[in-house]
Design a protein around this ligand. Sequence first.
Ligand SMILES: *Cc1c(COP(=O)(O)O)cnc(C)c1O
Length: 369
Amino acid sequence: MSVAFFDITRQNQAQRVEIDSAIKQVIDSGRFILGENVTAFEKEVAAYCGAKHGIGVASGTDALHLSLLAAGVKPGDEVITSPFTFVATAEAIAYCNATPVFVDIEPYTFNLDPAKIEKKLTKKTKAILPVHLYGQACRMDKLLEVAKKHGLKVIEDCAQSIGAEFGGKKTCSIGDAGCLSFFPTKNLGCFGDGGMIVTNSDDIYDKAKVFRGHGSRKTYHYEVIGFNSRLDEVQAAILRVKFKQLEALSSARRKNAGLYASHLKGLPKVQLPFEDPAGKHVFNQFTLRVKDRDWLFESLKKAGVGAMVYYPLCLHLQEAFLNLGCKPGDFPEAEAAQNEVLSLPIYPELKEAEALEVCQAIKKHYGQG
Ligand SMILES: *Cc1c(COP(=O)(O)O)cnc(C)c1O
């Protein structure tokens, strides 16, 4: 039996009738841009996250870009972020003509290490952009302490962490704004691209809405150079169907994580994901740490088991960011992680027999099958 890394068709099949009907209603309404589904979904997601406002945008990348602009990030400013993340995190900073300033990660959570932020602050630092990687929140208590002390804005990259918590609060509601992605592989995915900014700040809400719609508040009056970045009405309608299942989907991911943990815990060469007791992990990814990563990856491939490496090359070593002047060795924890991480299939519809097959293949690789 082979096990796919991800299979979205299982979820879509299960909700097919309701999704078809939601799409049909949008078609029949004739309203495709910023209609009632976008408005309702913005309210639903904001309430779920425990925040005041939601602003549907065209992608998670745009959510990051527009929220940084709305938070006042200007050309020449510096924004602290992680080098061990998807490229969009740092791209969004660069889109503002600001400079991403990388800070190394913690080896257990793979998230930005709050204790290392202060050393990187300058007069130009405007904001911190933490990423809740793999679905686990950063140490937001420590991070907010630093931000408060230095008067910095905090924009959370929640693309992988919808529903994750820290200290009893949902990610997206902890900093000044949170950014969601509805890319199909995220915990809440649509049938294309989509994203949302979530915020408790009336000011960020107001400005982000203006940026989303061509810099306009009043029809044909433009107060800033804005963007065309809206969440499609049809995507919002699909997302509202899926959103009702989100808690169940997160629980299924956590259940799969528990299965892996219980079956792999005896393996001395495998470091299982660390779960911060101060938070709730929603496992967008279940990521092992192993010294012989490429070898294990090959063994799994041969056994028909899908796995992925998120991420094989840190951002500070990417060609696109060479202008920042970083070099190998600058962020030792991030660089060690890029060589040792391997993510296993964890999607909610993964069957128990499939998870056990994955464990079997890993045990066999380590001579314990
Ligand atoms: C997916 C992702 C994004 C970008 O989201 P898109 O909707 O694909 O633009 C940003 N940051 C992280 C950490 C992501 O995983």
